[in-house]
Design a protein around this ligand. Sequence first.
Ligand SMILES: Cc1cc2nc3c(=O)[nH]c(=O)nc-3n(C[C@H](O)[C@H](O)[C@H](O)COP(=O)(O)OP(=O)(O)OC[C@H]3O[C@@H](n4cnc5c(N)ncnc54)[C@H](O)[C@@H]3O)c2cc1C
Length: 292
Amino acid sequence: MRVIDLWNNNSHPTLSFELFPARSDKSAEKLELVIDDLAGLKPDFVSVTFGAGGSTRDGSRQLLNKLINEKGLNVIAYFAGYGLGPDDTTAVLNSYQDLGIETILVVRGDPIEDNKFQPHPDSMAHATDMISFIAKRYNFCMGAAGYPEGHIEAESRKKDLEYLKLKVENGVKYIISNYCYDNRYFFDFVDQCRSTGIDVPILPGIMPIFSIKMMNTLSKLCGATIPREITESLAGLDPDDREAVENYGIDLATRQCAELIRKGVHGLHIYTMDRSRPALEIAGRLRKEGLL
Ligand SMILES: Cc1cc2nc3c(=O)[nH]c(=O)nc-3n(C[C@H](O)[C@H](O)[C@H](O)COP(=O)(O)OP(=O)(O)OC[C@H]3O[C@@H](n4cnc5c(N)ncnc54)[C@H](O)[C@@H]3O)c2cc1C
């Protein structure tokens, strides 16, 4: 599947989910159930993350293989090039090609805080370089990450957009955005992309809140703003009442998704964190409303 064909041919917004490879046998068992739940929703595709420095290289490949060959799902394979030399990069991408994968998303990945990890001396510094490298050697339908609130290290929003534009000029055919909790960031980002000349589909990423601690940790890492309305609403809940927090996250994400669809996005990409209940609830409610 070349993901761009889905958006060219589909009249409805696509539904897709991000998964990451299991880190233990126990989480692999849980993941199997999650995949079956999500597959029951008949998503247009699922994506699989790739640990920077190749840390999930085997796990990502195994998961992709399972999704394609056992579960019959369309996939997007992420590739995070940080720390890998050209030979490792081509080895990973060749193995994806051998699996029949046609769509990838290329990101830099984040430097690994582990003294034992030595980045390859020829590792590329930015996703822009990785994208040019791949475009010259492969025929993947290639995507890149977008940041509605700007990337956390960006010199400026303008520079960030210029680099994103360079990615498109170098062969990127679609963008998946980082999550934000206020759709206005996403809509403004799309407007800024369009006025910069970035004309490829931009798929919004949705991160349903399921734990206050996790929300704070992830948002700090990626620079996503937590609007005051959310902080205040969550302050009224017992942080240990996991169901109440998750239900709040589902309601919020469903409202966000409904607005995004009404404003005409190409689809919804849900960051599942390898959990199925939020995705099942959100998709179920949107379908009931006739939005998906
Ligand atoms: C949809 C999505 C999926 C992701 N999947 C993964 C994953 O599977 N594995 C993983 O490890 N991480 C993943 N990430 C996280 C990502 O790796 C980090 O956000 C990382 O910090 C930046 O990646 P990038 O591709 O945007 O990097 P880059 O494009 O390299 O940008 C990083 C910073 O450098 C700047 N920059 C870009 N190009 C240049 C240039 N040529 N010269 C100078 N500065 C430049 C940018 O403005 C930005 O501030 C994902 C993020 C998103 C949004």
